[in-house]
Design a protein around this ligand. Structure first.
Ligand code: R5P
Length: 296
């Protein structure tokens, strides 16, 4: 593929730099001003006409601001003649991919419309919340999995003895099964019920015989930490040894980290789709491997 460039969105500067390095691609020069009122102004300094631009911008909180920065850049680049391929490591609004209660907005569908109207011709993300969400996109859209990278990290850095891999809810079971299979570990499925009005989470475990075992909980994301906390408390009741939590997108909102530690979690491992102190695993590796296979 010729004339491929990377644009590092303000939310993903380091991530985009690492991705460009792996793909051996140049990054676009741009002046970015972020104002106190949260608005962003770009001034692009290069001719992108005829190029394929990988626009890298993760949409972790502040979700709406990060999306707006993505839309502004995509619109400009496409108007200037570039083919814009949005690379959105964490896809905000992915959990709202259907109306769970009547009258709810399918926010992910709206995101798809906005991307399209800003000229985005292709989207790549990492571990989308649910594969159903992909069907809402009007352009080719692909979700890369960072689960193998999480498995490698845990194997290399933690000395766990015959761990049990736990899925905290049915939504995460495929991902967790894949983790357990790659690790070569036993898989345990929990069932979660979330009150759609209050957000309160309850977890059912069934009968467990895992006293003294190390446990790895696997989920796509941690937001408030409510899901993992509820699972960890059940595991503590079952007198497990260590509780390691791995997830792709660790948003870690508010005091979620403290609440998880209080509930008995020993370590939290996320990827750099959301940059923070628990993002220990590099998702640019599987992403770059996939992007090398794409021809625009
Ligand atoms: C839900 O189905 C997801 O897979 C996560 O389990 C959930 O979104 C995490 O949110 P929280 O940390 O607020 O429980």
């Amino acid at each position: 593929m010729t004339d491929r460039l990377v644009f590092a969105g303000p939310a993903s500067k380091e991530f985009a730099k690492a991705l460009a390095h792996r793909l051996n691609l140049p990054t676009i020069s741009v002046e970015i001003k972020e104002f106190l009122d949260t608005e962003t102004k770009y001034r692009f300094l290069e001719n992108v006409d005829g190029s394929n631009v990988l626009l890298v911008q993760s949409t972790y909180p502040p979700v709406d601001k990060n999306y707006m920065q993505l839309f502004l850049a995509a619109h400009h680049l496409s108007q200037e003649g570039a083919k814009v391929h949005a690379v959105i490591p964490y896809l905000g609004y992915a959990r709202q991919d259907k109306p769970f209660l009547s009258g709810e907005v399918v926010s992910l569908g709206v995101v798809s419309h906005l991307l399209k109207s800003c000229g985005v011709v292709r989207v790549t993300t990492v571990d989308i919340h649910s594969a159903e969400g992909l069907a809402l996109f009007a352009m080719p859209t692909y979700s890369v999995s960072a689960i193998p990278s999480l498995v490698s990290y845990v194997k290399k850095n933690l000395n766990l003895s015959s761990p049990v891999v736990v899925s905290p809810d049915f939504g995460s079971s495929k991902r967790t099964e894949a983790f357990a299979a790659l690790y070569g570990a036993q898989h345990l499925q929990f069932a979660k019920e979330r009150n759609r009005n209050t957000g309160e989470v309850k977890v059912e475990t069934g009968k467990m015989d895992i006293e003294g075992r190390d446990v790895i909980i696997v989920d796509d994301m941690i937001s408030t930490g409510g899901t993992i906390r509820a699972a960890a408390m059940k595991l503590k009741e079952a007198r497990v040894k260590r509780i390691i939590v791995t997830c792709v997108h660790a948003l870690m909102l508010g005091d979620s980290e403290e609440r998880l530690m209080e509930a008995g979690v020993d370590e939290i491992i996320g990827t750099n789709t959301v940059p923070n102190r628990v993002s220990k695993v590099d998702a640019t590796e599987p992403l770059s491997a996939y992007l090398k296979t794409v021809s625009e």
